[in-house]
Each structure stands twice: as structure tokens, then as C-alpha cells.
Design a protein around this ligand. Structure first.
Ligand SMILES: CC(C)(COP(=O)(O)OP(=O)(O)OC[C@H]1O[C@@H](n2cnc3c(N)ncnc32)[C@H](O)[C@@H]1OP(=O)(O)O)[C@@H](O)C(=O)NCCC(=O)NCCS
Length: 176
């Protein structure tokens, strides 16, 4: 994450298996192959275009280094939220999130990485749906906590995390 100023580290303790709500009109799918990289880069670019602080535009090489190059990377750790126009047409990506690993106190813990929803698709529950799906996967993998880093200036994200029960974490959570 390029934002250097005030970073917030948050944690959510999972006390029960999360149950993602169905979101009408939205279907989730995993990363397929390298043809998905431009789609993901464009979504990230649009989602953060007005973010303050902003993030630098990424290239395919950045994607490969930050995601595919990580020891935890699996295609099923990246979700796209796909929408379809009423009346047909190919589904298109309106949101994404990645389940990363971080090291906390000698343990490996799951972390939310690059949550992004296209501006015209916000406040329809897409971000919450992606996070609940990520939390379910973390639970299935045997984890009972999910971590994340965000920025105090990204207020929509902060409100979303707060609404889902994330709280300030103590101690550092370095990315693996
Ligand atoms: C943060 C972000 C992913 C939220 O996605 P979203 O699909 O709009 O979020 P949801 O519709 O699922 O919101 C769920 C709840 O979160 C809270 N919330 C989300 N956006 C909010 C906003 N702008 N203001 C206040 N509350 C907000 C609300 O409680 C909302 O429920 P409600 O709509 O029923 O009131 C999206 O705004 C985004 O992509 N922002 C730019 C990128 C970013 O900051 N990513 C996170 C990096 S850590």
C-alpha cells in the first residue's frame, strides 16, 4: 500500500462462521488467469481515482510482484464481484478483494488486501459481500481473526470496516 501517512491497522475476531448474504445481481468469481490482470488493474485505478491520499497507478509487473509473487498467492484468494446488465450481456467486474497473509506475533493471519468497488456501484452492499466472503474463507481455513490496513483518509472504507466489527489492532502486522 503506497499511502504512507496515517495508517490504521484493524482486526476482527470471528466468533462464528460468517454467513455472506446473497446479493441480488452480483455473482462472485475467482481470478482465472493473466487475462484478468488488466480488468483488476482498471478496477483498482477507478476505485482509488479520487482517494485521498491517492495510490499510484499499477502495471502488470506491479500486480505480479504484489500478488502472484507472494508465498500465499492462490487464484482462489482473489475475488471479483461480477454484475450483469438487466436483459443480458456479459458480466463485468464491479468489485474485488484479495485474501493475503500477514505475520502477527509469529503466527500467520489472514488479511484483507486491495478491497475496491467501482464508484458507480457503491452503497449497494458489494464491499460488504466481498468482505463477508473473505471472512468465510478465512474461517474455513481455520483462522479466527482477520486483519487489515487502511488509511484514516479513506473514510468510506473506515465506515465499512467499523460496520462489520473491525477494531483497532495492537502491534504491527507485516505483510509476508
Ligand atoms: C470502501 C469501499 C470498498 C466500500 O464499498 P461499497 O460497496 O460501497 O460498500 P457497501 O455498500 O458494502 O457498504 C456497506 C456499509 O459500509 C458503510 N459504508 C460504506 N461506504 C460508506 C460511505 N461512503 N459513508 C458512510 N458509510 C459507508 C455503511 O454502513 C454501508 O451500509 P449501508 O449502505 O447499508 O449504510 C468503496 O467505497 C471503495 O472502493 N473505496 C475506494 C477504495 C478503498 O478505500 N478501498 C479500501 C482500502 S483499505
Amino acid at each position: 500500500m503506497e499511502a504512507m501517512a496515517t495508517v490504521l491497522q484493524l482486526v476482527k475476531r470471528l466468533s462464528d462462521c460468517p454467513r455472506p448474504r446473497v446479493l441480488p445481481g452480483i455473482a462472485l468469481r475467482h481470478y482465472h488467469d493473466s487475462r484478468d490482470i488488466p480488468t483488476w488493474l482498471e478496477l483498482r485505478h477507478r476505485a482509488f481515482a479520487r482517494a485521498k491520499p491517492g495510490v499510484q497507478r499499477w502495471t502488470v509487473a506491479d500486480f505480479e510482484a504484489d500478488l502472484i509473487g507472494r508465498p500465499w498467492w492462490r487464484p482462489e484468494r482473489l475475488w471479483f464481484a461480477m454484475a450483469a446488465e438487466p436483459g443480458g450481456g456479459s458480466p463485468f467486474a464491479v468489485g474485488t478483494v484479495v485474501l493475503a497473509d500477514r505475520a502477527v506475533g509469529g503466527a500467520i493471519v489472514p488479511a484483507v488486501h486491495w478491497l475496491a468497488v467501482a464508484p458507480t456501484w457503491r452503497r449497494r452492499g458489494v464491499g460488504r459481500h466481498l468482505l463477508e466472503t473473505l471472512e468465510t474463507r478465512a474461517w474455513e481455513l481455520g483462522h479466527r481473526e482477520v486483519f487489515l490496513e487502511t488509511h484514516v483518509g479513506w473514510t468510506a472504507a473506515a465506515r465499512l470496516y467499523e460496520s462489520l466489527g473491525y477494531e483497532p489492532a495492537t502491534g504491527g502486522i507485516p505483510m509476508l
